[in-house]
Write a protein that binds this ligand. Structure first.
Ligand SMILES: Cc1cc2nc3c(=O)[nH]c(=O)nc-3n(C[C@H](O)[C@H](O)[C@H](O)COP(=O)(O)O)c2cc1C
Length: 153
């Protein structure tokens, strides 16, 4: 059994819908040996990182950075897990207004500090969410879960 952690923040609902779609993909019935833990960033803690074999981070871009709630999660957990989560695979989704690059860069920089390993291209949705975007979110979640189950990452 592998463990997949999805941590996200949403204020206006867009990233919530993206996160729900990511979770739906990770929960695909063909993937039987992956447990999914689905948490808003304020509800997540260091023990969740220690539990996880893979992580998906989701956030809006706020002021050219990840959301404060996700940054707070990193602030609360770094020293607690340092050296215990090396090479944990992760990927990122971002629902942004402009280009999401500030959020992406900031998450990547911090994940380098944890020594996490990015294993899929980030999914960034700018502007309104369409059905095709939600399909890509599902695929992100499914790809991560399937890769963990198969031992690819
Ligand atoms: C306070 C605030 C700051 C924002 N700053 C940015 C920004 O720097 N770059 C950007 O692309 N979008 C920015 N946005 C837009 C949000 O990223 C965008 O509306 C996003 O879809 C919100 O996601 P949510 O509905 O999940 O909260 C900002 C929104 C808010 C509320």
């Amino acid at each position: 059994m592998k463990n997949l952690l999805i941590i996200y923040h949403s204020k206006g609902g867009k990233n919530q819908r993206m996160a729900d779609a990511v979770k739906a993909g990770a929960d695909h019935p063909d993937i039987e040996d992956v447990a999914v833990r689905f948490l808003r960033a304020p509800d997540a803690a260091d023990q969740d990182l220690l539990w996880a074999d893979g992580i998906i981070f989701g956030t809006p871009e706020n002021f050219g950075y990840m959301s404060g709630a996700l940054k707070d999660f990193f602030d609360r957990t770094f020293y607690e897990v340092e050296g215990k989560v090396d090479a944990t695979p992760f990927c990122i989704f971002i629902g942004a207004g402009n280009d999401g690059q500030g959020a992406l860069m900031s998450i990547r920089r911090i994940c380098k500090g944890y020594n996490f390993k990015e294993i899929q291209e980030p999914l960034i949705v700018v502007g309104d969410l369409g059905d095709d975007d939600l399909t890509r979110c599902e695929e992100l979640g499914m790809g991560m879960a399937a890769g963990l189950e198969a031992g690819i990452f």
